[in-house]
Design a protein around this ligand. Structure first.
Ligand code: NI
Length: 282
């Protein structure tokens, strides 16, 4: 059933297109239906929302009914991340960051801020290797070090991984041991670094349930986001984190997901079948 609802990428799939070179991302985790137990901060919540010291839980948004899409930002944090966070805050938008451990170490305050402002934090490895070329021990080390860095910075333990370059296979999935989040829209922002193009792709391409890939390590990408958000809202989208997109359903460790697929329509029997049914069965 889960396989019908989500787009599950089979083993051995390799999406080479995505992330460009030395990049980094991050993203948050947790379930929709319950507070993020794994990411729950140690301190008790403040009485004042404005003085909130603990990350807010994922919102309960029914992406079965609402037209949702998830903006994701890879390879940070970097020099433009604070500006992006300002934009997201001003527009009341939550996003997902797939973070590189080595950048988390450089910018722990930005990671903390992401969590406190409701964004999801995900693991994009420590140094952005192609995991399919690394031993299982190296894969585990890349993930574990980054988990630790993100948790140390934010108090949140990511539940999702985005493999660099979207490159994964059965063996990598097993070594990672967490759901692998890919994307349905690759803006190729890292390649073109063209704000107008970033806006055009980001506004036009997403479909319901889509996951859009940007990199907050590039200035044009970050500069495009105010117009992307406005354009997607104009198209009727509600922008959510990846965990919110999947609505609290369990994602399988080691499986890859590119989007939230349309759920099958509730099955209404064809009219002629209804007509021939006995009243007792109606
Ligand atoms: Ni990347």
């Amino acid at each position: 059933m889960r396989i019908r609802i989500f787009a599950v990428i089979g083993v051995g799939v390799l999406l080479a297109a995505g992330c460009g070179h030395p990049q980094r991302h991050a993203r948050p985790s947790g379930r929709h239906t319950a507070p993020q137990s794994a990411g729950r901060p140690e301190r008790s919540p403040s009485a004042s929302p404005t003085a909130r010291r603990t990350p807010p839980p994922p919102r309960r948004i029914d992406c079965e009914r609402v037209k949702c899409a998830a903006l994701t930002f890879d390879d940070g944090p970097g020099p433009y991340t604070a500006r992006l966070l300002d934009t997201l805050k001003r527009t009341r938008t939550r996003a997902t960051f797939f973070l590189l451990g080595q950048n988390v170490r450089e910018h722990p305050h930005l990671v903390r801020r992401m969590a406190l402002e409701g964004h999801e934090l995900g693991n994009h490895t420590w140094s952005h290797p192609d995991l399919t070329g690394r031993s299982a021990a190296e894969v585990r080390s890349q993930i574990r070090r980054t988990q630790r860095a993100i948790e140390d910075a934010s108090g949140v333990r990511p539940a999702l991984v985005r493999p660099p370059y979207g490159s994964t296979d059965d063996r990598v999935g097993k070594a990672v041991g967490m759901p692998l989040i890919l994307w349905s829209v690759d803006t190729l922002d890292w390649r073109y670094r063209d704000r107008a193009r970033d806006i055009r792709i980001g506004v036009r391409k997403p479909k319901r349930g889509g996951i859009v890939l940007y990199h907050d390590t590039h200035r044009p990408s970050v500069e495009s986001i105010p117009a992307v958000i406005a354009g997607l809202r104009e198209r009727g989208f509600t922008l959510v984190t990846v965990t919110e997109l999947f609505g609290g359903r369990d994602l399988e460790p080691g499986e890859s997901y590119t989007e939230r697929s349309e759920a099958p329509e509730p099955t209404e029997p064809p009219a002629e079948v209804v007509a021939t049914r006995s009243p007792a069965k109606r």
